[in-house]
Ligand binder design. Sequence first.
Ligand code: PMP
Length: 388
Amino acid sequence: MQKTKTYVSDTVSRLQPSGIRRFFDLAASMKGVISLGVGEPDFITPWSVREACILSLEQGYTSYTANAGLWELRKEISDYLACRFEVQYDPANEIIVTVGASQALDVSLRAILNPGDEVIVVEPSFVSYAPLVSLAGGVPIPIQTSGKHQFKLQAEQIEQVVTPKTKALIICSPNNPTGTVLNREELVQIARIVAKHDLLVISDEIYAELCYDEQYTSFPAIAHMRERTILINGFSKGFAMTGWRLGFIAAPKDLAMAMLKIHQYTMMCAPTMAQYAAIEALRNGAGDVEEMKKSYRQRRNFFVQSLNEIGLSCHMPGGAFYAFPSIESTGMTSEQFAERLLLEEKVAVVPGYVFGASGEGYIRCSYASSLEQLQEAIRRMRRFLERL
Ligand code: PMP
């Protein structure tokens, strides 16, 4: 008998595919494209880290690890968080090694949400937050930040959307797609409102190593926030390890143990060889990270200044590797702008609307490309704008 129904769940049927994908597919089918679209480092993982992985394979370390991750790695993560960000987590009970920050986000949301619980998502935001909230049975509640405030969340905006069903707030600093960094004072203001409404914070700190102008403040380092924070970080961005699929969660024991229950049934453990590589990254990788950071800073300064010179107004992003210029002066939507720029000048950027309503009027450009590519991209964008 022919099948007469879809077997796909209502939740998944309602889910929209990521708007970024369409541009990637289009760009991939064209020759000579400069891509400022992808959100990943242009560096290859440092050699010593790759070598540690090879060595682990030579030694035959190919079986599962503990569910929470190799003890040596959890210990390194605990020391790293303490030294680098002044936050203390017990490697035995409060750290879980995950398959990227992506899985860390998924596990966090699934561990905390009851059906219908609301989670505040600060837009423009990383494209996965709202879908992951929905998949976990929750309801994403967007807050729109504004270019007028360099896309910084204003603490009072939280109060405007809080309801008795609000369970958590997701923050991301440095931010994808805006590059905006929240400083200690701004985090303290957010913490005040979070405590007042008894919210949990999921702090996505995946770009913490890439903070260019000021000392980074980790959210759980703010007074009284550790107990109500799930800290998410990983190796993809700062350590140039996107393909290794390795991240981690640090959270108070009760939350970490709840997440570990899901992790052990769904993942068992993160990839073993990647975990051995990550130990080396944390033990000896600081110099490499510093070099990469210096290079991003140099490219950021060139690229953002150039965008402003060619007439695309752009705030100086404090971190990550994204510039988020306004294209409002062109009168085009961000989708029209990105599509025409790609077809006419072969420069791929991401239209801001995919990151939420307040992303409309902007485009995301990743400057994790060589200086020569960035210079050529600017030349092409200048030509494009002059023709309009
Ligand atoms: N959070 C943010 C803000 C990101 O930009 C990304 C990657 N684009 C992730 C999480 C996921 O990172 P990972 O590779 O560790 O899964």
